[in-house]
Ligand binder design. Structure first.
Ligand code: UGY
Ligand code: MN
Length: 245
């Protein structure tokens, strides 16, 4: 009865907007003392799965069915990786790329939230498969998009054909906007991290704020303009570096 059934969430043929009031939490294999919010999955038409995992202190997450990218949204965690003696310490902005079947355990020290992207890997004969990688978003160089110093892109993964997807943060100064309506063959999973603005998806314009998730299907017309007195920032996935056939 809350809000008499009203929500900003919507499910259209070429896009999904999911706001926190409509999130559903579920258990998942490989997850202890925690729950998964599955934002998008092949069942919705996507070729990847994106989730937010919420962990209690002591909660753990181990490998999934495919290669995986994790990005810490909140909390302090450790990451133990097969073949490495060092235990990695993770905090907000920490991320890791984990190849398929790479044994590891992520353990929460404090209550934590992690963005998780799973995608079946498409190997390329000319490239070695990508290896485990760990980093901090705060330490990455920022590149102005199309020369706009008010729109900064940080790439979590190296610019290498070995990777079959890209995952970036995009930070918009107040009032900054994409310089064009984009229409492209790649799909997107987007988690709004900070601030907000207006997202054009298909033929609709949506107010969008931190905590929202958006899926854009291939060829979904898309545009964003930041509104408010603080920057807007999102984490964005796209399939990348592979032929379309
Ligand atoms: O990488 C991208 O395609 C990105 N510029 N799209 C977006 O922000 N909607
Ligand atoms: Mn795009």
């Amino acid at each position: 009865m809350l809000n008499l059934g009203h929500t900003r969430s919507t499910n259209k043929h070429d896009h999904l907007l999911l706001t926190p009031d409509t999130f559903i939490r579920t258990p998942l294999p490989g997850l202890t003392k925690g729950l998964a919010i599955v934002h998008v999955a092949p069942a919705a038409g996507a070729a990847f799965t994106q989730m937010t995992i919420e962990l209690e202190p002591g909660g753990t997450l181990t490998e999934g069915p495919t290669q995986r990218l994790i990005y810490v949204l909140e909390g302090k965690l450790t990451l133990a990786v097969e073949g490495q003696r060092k235990l990695h310490k993770l905090a907000p902005g920490s991320y890791a790329y984990i190849p398929t079947e790479h044994t590891h355990t992520l353990t929460a020290i404090t209550p934590s939230r992690i963005a998780v992207i799973d995608k079946p890997f498409l190997p390329l004969e000319t490239e070695p498969n990508p290896e485990f990688l760990i980093g901090r978003e705060q330490a990455l160089p920022a590149a102005p998009l199309n020369g706009d110093p008010d729109l900064l892109v940080r790439s979590l993964l190296p610019a290498s054909l070995a990777f079959d997807f890209a995952c970036n943060t995009m930070t918009y100064a107040p009032g900054a906007a994409l310089s064009q309506v984009e229409i492209h063959y790649m799909e997107h999973g987007l988690l709004m991290l900070e601030g907000g603005g207006i997202y054009r998806l298909g033929d609709s314009w949506y107010p969008t704020t931190a905590g929202d998730f958006i899926w854009m299907a291939p060829y979904c017309p898309q545009w964003f303009g930041a509104i408010g007195k603080r920057p807007a920032k999102y984490l964005i996935y796209k399939d990348f570096n592979r032929h379309t056939l």
